[in-house]
Design a protein around this ligand. Structure first.
Ligand code: XMP
Length: 315
């Protein structure tokens, strides 16, 4: 049985004992990075700087929510507006692994700058066990390179601190509850953000579409769950497909986009089952997406695959 208190106490002791100077952490607001930040902050106080990078690839309202959360947890933090930089790095890149690498590298460059400015000697990361397993070793067994694993240039000169490296998601959640990290409305969210839910080349415009579609899916499924119509899936979101199909909007032919609804049941993200969504909820989501997006989206589909053979995200 996982003992959250013993785990947290142990990690605070270890970090307090090894981290001699300042440390920086990339805090996305996801449960992994917030738990790692709170543990490190309890160990070294304001010698830790949590940097939230606003990549322009985050969910609706997320930056504001993360700001409030970090303030409430008493973590020393900074919000960095880097959207233009990220869209610049992603220009012309459509292949999923290339996108992940470009985002990972841009992250590193941002941290490098912030770390230098802060005078950090250590980099704290919220890497968890499935990230390492799925990223594979020496290219073997690679499913997708989770962006908080690998690619950290040695010349950065920062020593890595990864307090959650042996934990699975459900254990991280237990630690979060113990630390008072508010997690009720939060679901797992990939490091590369909405970029992996927007298939093909990413632009500010396409990210805007998938951000709104994700918000609608989250909103309707939460409402249905609160009303007792369905249980809350482990993860539920929308992805934007890189194909166009013919439709009709205001009696005019449109050649619009397709949004896919994805909802899964899982314990740790390593395997997943497609979650059942009542048909009337699916129809409501579809109507809202097509109504609220004007002529930009004219088709909505539902992904019924499990993991394996699919993965949870589409890229
Ligand atoms: P996949 O798509 O690999 O996702 O089945 C498994 C779980 O991991 C999340 N995910 C990520 N999390 N960095 C992360 O921290 C990433 O690069 C990343 N990619 C996927 C995904 O949302 C799901 O919960």
């Amino acid at each position: 049985m996982f003992d959250a208190k013993a785990f947290v106490d142990d990690q605070i002791g270890k970090i307090g004992g090894t981290v001699r100077g300042k440390a920086i952490i990339a805090c996305s607001g996801g449960v992994d990075s917030v738990v790692a930040a709170v543990i490190a902050s309890k160990a070294i106080g304001d010698r830790l700087l949590a940097v939230y990078v606003d990549t322009g690839l985050m969910r609706k309202g997320e930056t504001e929510e993360v700001r409030d959360m970090l303030m409430g947890l008493n973590v020393n933090f900074k919000i960095l507006d880097a959207a233009d930089e990220f869209f610049g790095s992603l220009k012309g890149i459509a292949e999923p692994e290339a996108k992940r690498k470009a985002i990972g590298e841009r992250f590193i460059r941002c941290f490098e700058r912030e770390a230098k400015a802060f005078g950090a000697k250590y980099l704290v990361q919220g890497t968890i066990a499935p990230d390492v397993i799925e990223s594979g070793k020496d290219g073997k067994g690679l499913v997708k390179s989770h962006h908080n694993v690998g690619g950290i240039p040695k010349e950065m000169g920062l020593e890595l601190v990864e307090p959650l490296i042996e934990l699975y998601k459900d254990e991280v959640r237990q630690a979060a509850r113990f630390l008072g990290v508010r997690e009720s409305e939060r679901q797992p969210f990939p490091g590369p953000g909405l970029a992996v839910r927007c298939l093909g080349e990413v632009t500010p415009e396409s990210i805007g579409v998938v951000r709104e579609a994700c918000h609608i899916v989250e909103d309707e499924i939460r409402k249905a769950s609160k009303a007792g119509t369905m249980g809350l899936p482990w993860q539920y979101f929308a992805a934007l497909l890189p194909i166009r199909s013919v439709g009709v909007h205001n009696s005019e032919r449109v050649y619009g986009r397709t949004v896919v609804i994805r909802a899964v049941l899982s314990k740790d993200g390593m395997t997943a089952k497609c979650a059942e969504i009542p048909f009337d909820i699916l129809k409501k989501i579809s109507s809202r997406i097509t109504d609220e997006m004007g002529d930009r989206v004219n088709r909505v589909v539902f992904d019924v695959t499990d993991k394996p053979p699919a993965t949870i995200e589409w890229e």
